[in-house]
Design a protein around this ligand. Structure first.
Ligand code: ADP
Ligand code: MG
Length: 684
């Protein structure tokens, strides 16, 4: 293989000798598609085959290497009996056992009275040491290839260590020499080594298994840089000149005067930031970050009023049908007694209505369109879209953000809203292409939700309490982690609970979980919203944004299974109206110290962002809610807790040079982390 041409590492693995269709499919399961993915597949451990062990010192169950003389070959003529080779050294004997191996092959490998090196897992069977299907057998002049500490990679079925090692060795030993994208002085100053040397170190030493090692950190640094570069390019593409909006706050003032509440200071300052963007000559690309219930929606609607006054259309996109409908109802209420024309468009809108909406959008008869993803289909063309608002943006990756901007057109400002807590360390590398507005306080009128914890053994004490709630026409969420009971984990399931609670409160209970289809889910949610049922037994599927003003109690079973941030978001579903919200956490057993600490955090705070940070410190970062689904899982190596320093370093680094002058220098880096496609996304 000629890896000296550096671009070859971006070719498919089938480019390598010995990888055909079948093997490449196996590798794909491990996300190894291009040759460079072999470089990024770091060893997770290693096997020590470096020492030769005498046969009287073997350890059963361990992988060991022996140097022995071949004494006897035994090929039974009966089917299904294994072939055996008897070997010995001066201290003892061992049997090498082969199932399904051809005699000719074995005769070549094992010659009577010759010395061989064998490495494999030691078994003990019928009072004899055995190695079955050894990993390596070689004669003594190739001994050095086997007698090594050999990196261990996670492998899929269908490729053995020896084969994979040969592949990865071939790639790593033939790495192209490329000009490092970082200056030598920068590398030196930060104790980094050159890219090529670094990759070799990651594979051939323990550094690849240690996220705190120097070599690993360089990889992390590069990964963060690649992300930041993409974001900075995205920002430049989007934040271009536009026609500024002109308005006199006509609707804004009118709406605020009619609100049954006062905006919080935080809401006011965020609205000011947005308005400043609207009247500027640069497109807005802003995200409102605010905890559940902090009042993001109203702010976006006030901004929409200003944009409509300025003679532009607005669009608001929600992640689900129900949420879109709630926004639609709210928007109509807010803008009633105005001449603003508002419509809703979802996957369910029937054809005739849809056609009329499409037509009215093009003529400008509709000022404000609310809906789901269907808002941004090809067929839909606005006359002059001036603002696109995206609620709960976490399903939007960098790429989609770019596409959205493109669809909106030159004069379209973009406003995103999110309640997903992102660790502070990662803020820049996830939202770095946008301006960030934070709503840091909650409406003061909101009562704090009472959070209680109880052992599950006392569940029977709850029923009378629940009966009282129903008698007062309150509504209840009951959350279980599983859909169905499982033999493997001791968690409760919604199906069982639905049955049990249904017996206690006939006809008052509904069931919802992820295995239901969309329509069924919505039917149940609507029943709950319309108060046809009082208790909703559910997994964690219900979206964050939906308003259930009448729900005041949430019971969460097996609460220690959930992350704190998730518990916080679950509990945020109650207490949205004027009733006191209550959250009851049920636990199976007595709690560990750590669990008690976590629950305390939850009881004492109602700040989702603070809770998420605390949870991250206690449990690590992978559990953070929203993070996995968020499309923000841009990082394979970087961890916001372990690598805080690298995030900071990368942010300063990217800030301090002009990317435009130096674009080509990072091509290789961007390709390495699959970012080239995003960066080359073309805009009108
Ligand atoms: P989120 O930020 O989670 O999207 P919403 O915008 O849905 O929150 O607001 C939650 C509830 O709080 C809504 O019923 C809304 O009318 C209400 N609300 C918004 N701002 C205020 C405020 N300043 N004072 C009191 N209630 C408010
Ligand atoms: Mg919301």
């Amino acid at each position: 293989m000629d890896l000296m041409k550096k671009d070859i590492i971006f070719k498919e693995v089938t480019f390598l000798k010995g990888i055909g269709k079948k093997l490449s499919k196996y590798l794909k399961n491990r996300k190894i598609e291009k040759i460079k993915d072999i470089l990024l597949n770091l060893p997770y451990s290693e096997t020590d085959r470096s020492k030769l062990v005498k046969l009287d010192k073997l350890e059963i169950g361990k992988i060991q290497t022996i140097k022995v003389v071949v004494k006897k070959l035994n090929f039974p003529r009966i089917r299904n009996l294994p072939n055996k080779i008897i070997c010995e050294d001066e201290t003892g004997k061992i049997e090498i056992v082969y199932f399904n191996s051809r005699e000719g092959y074995l005769r070549k490998l094992f010659k009577i009275n010759e010395t061989v090196i064998i490495s494999g897992k030691i078994n003990f069977f019928n009072k004899k040491y055995q190695i079955t299907n050894p990993d390596y057998v070689t004669d003594t002049d190739k001994e050095d290839y086997v007698k090594k500490i050999i990196p261990k990679y996670t492998l899929t079925k269908g490729i053995n260590e020896k084969k994979y090692r040969a592949l990865s060795d071939e790639v790593i030993n033939n790495l192209p020499n490329i000009d490092d994208w970082h200056d030598e002085s920068f590398l030196k100053k930060n104790n980094f080594i050159k890219w090529r040397e670094n990759i070799v170190t990651l594979h051939k030493t323990k550094e690849g298994q240690n996220p705190k090692s120097k070599a690993y950190k360089r990889l992390v640094f590069d990964e963060i840089c690649a992300n930041l570069l993409v974001l900075s390019k995205n920002r430049k593409k989007i934040k271009k000149k536009k026609r500024k909006k002109v308005f006199r706050f006509y609707y804004e003032k009118k709406i605020i005067n009619n609100l049954p509440f006062k905006l919080t200071n935080s809401q006011k300052s965020v609205l000011r930031e947005i308005n400043n963007d609207l009247i500027s000559e640069t497109r807005m690309f802003r995200i409102i970050q605010g905890d559940v219930g902090s009042g993001k929606t109203i702010i976006s609607l006030l901004a929409a009023g200003n944009v409509i006054e300025s003679n532009y259309q607005c669009a608001l996109m929600a992640p689900t049908e129900i949420l879109a409908k709630q926004h639609f109802i709210l928007t109509k209420k807010i803008f009633k007694n105005t001449n603003i024309k508002i419509e809703i468009l979802t996957g369910k809108t029937e054809r005739k209505k849809r056609e009329k909406i499409i037509n009215d959008l093009e003529t400008g008869n509709i000022n404000f369109l609310i809906g789901t993803h269907s808002l941004f289909q090809k067929k839909i063309n606005f006359k002059n879209l001036g603002l696109a608002i995206i609620d709960e943006q976490h399903k939007f990756g960098v790429k989609q953000r770019g596409e959205l901007a493109n669809k909106g057109g030159k004069n379209c400002d973009l406003l995103l809203m999110s309640a997903t807590p992102i660790p502070r360390t990662m803020m820049m590398s996830i939202y770095g292409d946008m301006d960030i507005s934070k709503i840091t306080e909650k409406p003061s009128s909101r009562k704090k939700i009472i959070t209680l914890s109880k052992p599950e053994s006392k569940i029977n004490e709850l029923w009378s309490f629940i009966k009282k709630q129903i008698d007062n026409d309150n509504q209840i969420f009951w959350i279980c982690p599983l859909i169905e009971e499982s033999n493997f984990v001791d968690f409760s399931s919604v199906k069982n609970k639905f049955e049990l609670i249904g017996k206690k409160f006939p006809k008052r209970v509904g069931l919802i979980h992820g295995a239901l289809d969309k329509n069924e889910k919505e039917k149940v949610l609507n029943k709950f919203l319309n108060k046809e049922i009082h208790i909703l037994v559910s997994t964690t599927v219900i979206e964050v944004g939906i308003d259930f003003p009448n729900a005041n109690l949430i019971v969460i079973e097996n609460a220690n299974k959930f992350g704190l941030a998730q518990l916080h978001q679950l509990r945020g579903r109650v207490g949205r109206g004027d009733k006191q919200g209550i959250c009851i956490l049920l636990f199976k057993k007595s709690l560990s110290k750590n669990s008690i600490k976590r629950i305390k955090t939850l009881k004492n705070s109602d700040d989702g962002f603070y809770i998420a940070e605390e949870d991250m410190k206690l449990r690590g970062f992978g559990d953070l809610i929203g993070y996995q689904q968020s499309g923000t899982k841009n990082f394979r190596f970087a961890d916001p807790i372990i690598h805080q320093d690298m995030f900071l370093l990368a942010e300063n680094y990217i800030k301090n040079f002009d990317y435009k002058d130096d674009e080509n220098r990072f091509t290789f880096l961007l390709k390495l982390f699959d970012k080239a496609e995003i960066i080359n996304q073309e805009f009108d």
